[in-house]
Design a protein around this ligand. Sequence first.
Ligand SMILES: Cc1cc2nc3c(=O)[nH]c(=O)nc-3n(C[C@H](O)[C@H](O)[C@H](O)COP(=O)(O)OP(=O)(O)OC[C@H]3O[C@@H](n4cnc5c(N)ncnc54)[C@H](O)[C@@H]3O)c2cc1C
Length: 391
Amino acid sequence: MFKKDVIIIGAGASGMMCAIESGKRGRSVLVLDHADQIGKKIRISGGGRCNFTNINASSTNFISDNPHFCKSALSRFGPCDFIALLEKHGVQYEEREEGQLFCVKDSGEIIKMLEKESNDAGVTIILKCQINDLKKEEAFIISTNNGIFQSESLVIATGGLSYPRIGASGIGHKIAKQFGLKVTGMKPALVPFIFSKKDLKIFGELSGISIDGIIKCKKFEFRGSILFTHRGLSGPAILQISSYWREGDTIVIDLLPGIDIFGIFIEKQQNRSKIDMHTLLSEFLPSRLAKIWCTSNIQSKPVNQYNEKELKKIAFQIHNWEIKPDTTEDFKTAEVTLGGIDTSELSSKTMESKKVKGLYFTGEVLDVTGQLGGYNLHWAWASGFVAGQYA
Ligand SMILES: Cc1cc2nc3c(=O)[nH]c(=O)nc-3n(C[C@H](O)[C@H](O)[C@H](O)COP(=O)(O)OP(=O)(O)OC[C@H]3O[C@@H](n4cnc5c(N)ncnc54)[C@H](O)[C@@H]3O)c2cc1C
């Protein structure tokens, strides 16, 4: 049996950060992962450029049953701390919209940086390692296809359920349950919507069209690109709202944010314009969308043939187009998992289980889900960092 101070299951963002920090404290650290490479999600993140953090990261960017849980870790490991690490390794980065930071070259540079840091901290990594059994006696005992390992501390950093094709599995949630920890309900998040059958027949042919819109669901709203797909709706604004959407909810889209379309209608009427409504709307929206939207929502006719009340109603509908998605796509396409290990089970300062001494959970496996924009990776770094100070 091989003995280590700390065993970390999961060589993703949070597992590697935890390993580096724990190793720097002089702990002997072993990381086990069933994948053939470390950080596979980091590699594909941000379209290969890894949106690794967001300079505005704060607790308001996260969804959790306990919105305060993430505060402690975020206050101890902020975006500047990760930037300092990148600068130490000469990794170039750039800021894009809304404080999102990306690698200039590619996400492989971050993986190399994690490899170098973990190597310097004396961390051992075993890949292609299947976890067969896990129990706690005096110490944690982990049986794998590479042998049996024993450790004083065990960190579960196995991520969420999304993208199973690159290694995601439910093992972290299973381990939590094995030790009597609660796990919240889970669902795909940052994920495209699927139209109802009826809407798909009408709007399916808009596939490929993208607009700048505001999307609202309950009290939440996001502005950004909305993309029509062959199954429903996608694009950054849609992915954002999907995390707040629940089965049966209606979403509301402002197709022309910031444009006083009612004022434009009135102006056209005053000029006695005979322009057809869908032709007029084509001046502001892709013409296919204008046409299909008019067919399904109003009766398109020359603008001078509507009365003011009708025009007001059309303007309202354009700014408040209601759609009831059938569902979302599943974990195969979702960027993250909403929900996870109940944070009431853990210390927010250390990420250690309150029930099981020496057992830690970090990253996406927890019920802490970031919005789109670098927040999920930031949570992985921050939670891994704090666990690494104690594990
Ligand atoms: C396509 C895509 C793009 C994304 N882009 C961004 C982005 O640009 N910015 C951002 O902030 N977030 C992004 N995310 C989300 C982000 O990648 C994750 O939230 C983050 O990687 C979670 O880190 P983690 O360490 O908790 O888990 P992961 O990075 O998922 O690591 C978990 C590790 O555990 C291992 N593991 C799982 N099951 C087992 C098992 N049974 N046995 C052994 N090992 C196991 C996995 O192989 C993996 O290496 C993206 C996600 C996806 C899917």
